[in-house]
Design a protein around this ligand. Structure first.
Ligand SMILES: NC(=O)C1=CN([C@@H]2O[C@H](COP(=O)(O)OP(=O)(O)OC[C@H]3O[C@@H](n4cnc5c(N)ncnc54)[C@H](O)[C@@H]3O)[C@@H](O)[C@H]2O)C=CC1
Ligand SMILES: O=C(O)C(=O)[C@H](O)COP(=O)(O)O
Length: 386
C-alpha cells in the first residue's frame, strides 16, 4: 500500500480545486488546520499518519479566522486543528457530521465549547502547558525591563492563577530571590498558594495574571473582569500589572481610567477587544505586545506535538514525529542571563515587540488585520533553558 501525501493546500480558495479532484478514497484522512500551527507539514502527512492505514492524508490550511461552517460543511474533514482564534461550537459544526477529532495547539480553551463536543462524541485535545516557560519568561522580561532594579532588590511578585504558567513563573521568581504571593482558589494551599485575592492585590510590587478566561456559567470563580474598577482601586499606584492570560480578565475601560489617574505601569500581551487595540489604552501602557507571550519556537512546536500525539492516540497509531528532530541548537541559558542581567535584551528584546505594535496604530486603533499580521509574521523567539 503506498502512502501519498496528496497535498498541503495553502488557502481556502484551493479547496474548490481539491474537492473537484477528491474521489472520496476509502482510508483517506482529511484535516482542516489553522495555517498558523507550527510545522504542520512536518507533523501531519502520509508518513507520520498513514502507516499502512491511511492511503491519503490531505491537509487543508486556512487562516484561523476563516475556518467557518461553510468550509466544514463542504470539505467534510475528519480532523479539525485550530489555535485560539477559531471558536469551535454548534455554529461551526452544526452542518458537519464528519469531524471526529478537534485539536487546539494552545493552552487556553475558552474558544472551545467542550460540552458540545462531548455531546457530539467528538474527541478534543489541547496542548496544556505547551508554552509555560515561554510565557513565564515573557513576564520576567516585562518586569525586569520596566524595573531593572528587581535583579538585585528583593521584591514581591503576586501571581493570580497557579497552574502550569503561574507555578513555573513562581520557580523563576524564587531563582531571583523574590517573594511570591499567590492566589488560586481552585488549588490547595501551598508554599506559593499562600494569600487571598485581596492580599495579592494590595501587597505586591508586581502582579501577573495566569488564569483561564471563565464566565459565571463555567466556574465558581469566574475570571471575566476579575480585575475590575474595585480591584484596581485597591491596588497601590506603584504596583506593576501584567496580563498575558486573556484580555477580558481585565475590564479595559476601568483600566484605561485607572492608568490615567494613577500612572500605573501596565504591560499587556492580551486585550479585551482583541484583535483590535484602542489608542486611549495603548497610549498609556508601559509595554504592549500582540499576544505573543507564548510565541517561541519551542512553545509553538510543543503545541503541535501535543495535538499530533493526541491524534495518533485517537487513530491508534504510534507517533513517529518528534519536535526534537526539528529544533535547531538552543544556546539561551537562564543561568547565563542570571549571571549577566545586561544581556536580557539579547535574550528577548520586548521593547522591539512593543514598538512594532505601536507602529500599527492608525485612526485611533490597531486594526484586527494588523494585529493578526504581526502575530502571523512574528519571528519566533527561543525558550531559555532552565
Ligand atoms: N499570552 C499567551 O500567549 C498565552 C496565554 N495563555 C493563557 O494563560 C492561561 C493560563 O495558562 P496555564 O497556567 O497553562 O493554565 P492552567 O489551567 O494550568 O492554570 C490556570 C490556573 O488558574 C486557576 N484559576 C481559575 N480561576 C481562577 C480564579 N478566579 N482566580 C485565581 N485562579 C484561578 C486554576 O485553578 C488553574 O490552576 C490560559 O488559560 C490561556 O488563556 C496561555 C498560553 C499563552
Ligand atoms: O496557548 C494559548 O492559550 C495562547 O494564548 C496561544 O499562545 C495564542 O496563540 P494563537 O493560538 O492565537 O496563535
Amino acid at each position: 500500500m503506498s502512502n501519498v501525501n496528496k497535498a498541503s493546500i495553502p488557502t481556502a480558495q484551493a479547496l474548490d480545486a481539491w474537492s473537484n479532484q477528491s474521489s472520496e478514497t476509502p482510508n483517506s484522512l482529511t484535516i482542516i488546520a489553522d495555517s498558523n500551527i507550527a510545522s504542520l507539514d512536518d507533523f501531519f502527512n502520509a508518513q507520520t499518519l498513514g502507516q499502512e492505514i491511511y492511503q491519503t492524508v490531505t491537509v487543508i490550511k486556512v487562516a484561523g479566522r476563516d475556518i467557518d461552517a461553510q468550509l466544514l460543511a463542504k470539505a467534510q474533514p475528519d480532523v479539525l486543528l485550530v489555535r485560539s482564534v477559531t471558536p469551535v461550537n454548534a455554529s461551526l459544526l452544526a452542518d458537519n457530521d464528519s469531524v471526529r477529532f478537534v485539536g487546539s495547539a494552545t493552552i487556553g480553551t475558552d474558544h472551545i465549547d467542550q460540552d458540545y463536543l462531548i455531546q457530539r462524541n467528538i474527541r478534543f485535545a489541547n496542548a496544556a502547558g505547551c508554552s509555560k516557560h515561554s510565557v513565564a519568561q515573557y513576564v520576567l522580561t516585562a518586569i525586569l525591563t520596566l524595573r531593572p532594579k528587581y535583579w538585585q532588590q528583593p521584591s514581591t511578585l503576586g501571581i493570580i492563577g497557579l497552574g502550569n504558567i503561574g507555578s513555573t513563573l513562581a520557580q523563576y521568581a524564587h531563582d531571583l530571590g523574590w517573594q511570591v504571593l499567590g492566589y488560586d482558589p481552585l488549588l490547595p494551599e501551598s508554599s506559593i498558594n499562600n494569600a487571598s485575592f485581596e492580599q495579592v492585590i494590595t501587597q505586591s510590587d508586581a502582579i501577573s495574571l495566569h488564569v483561564p478566561l471563565t464566565q459565571q456559567d463555567d466556574s465558581d470563580y469566574p475570571t471575566w473582569h476579575l480585575i475590575d474598577q474595585a480591584a484596581l482601586a485597591a491596588m497601590p499606584a506603584d504596583t506593576l500589572l501584567i496580563n498575558s492570560a486573556r484580555g477580558p480578565v481585565i475590564d479595559a475601560a476601568a483600566l484605561t481610567s485607572d492608568i490615567a489617574e494613577t500612572k500605573r505601569q501596565v504591560a499587556l500581551d492580551v486585550f479585551e477587544h482583541e484583535p483590535q487595540v484602542f489608542a486611549p489604552l495603548l497610549n498609556q501602557l508601559a509595554l504592549a505586545t500582540p499576544h505573543i507571550a507564548g510565541y517561541t519556537l519551542e512553545g509553538k512546536l510543543r503545541g503541535t506535538q501535543m495535538v499530533y500525539d493526541a491524534l495518533c492516540e485517537q487513530l491508534a497509531l504510534a507517533p513517529t514525529q518528534s519536535m526534537h528532530q526539528l529544533l535547531p541548537l538552543n544556546t539561551y541559558l537562564w543561568s547565563e542571563l542570571k549571571a549577566h542581567p545586561e544581556r536580557l535584551i539579547r535574550f528577548y528584546d520586548i521593547r522591539q515587540d512593543d514598538k512594532d505594535l505601536r507602529a500599527k496604530l492608525s485612526d485611533g486603533q490597531v486594526s484586527g488585520a494588523d494585529f493578526d499580521k504581526l502575530r502571523r509574521e512574528y519571528r519566533l523567539r527561543r525558550e531559555w533553558q532552565r
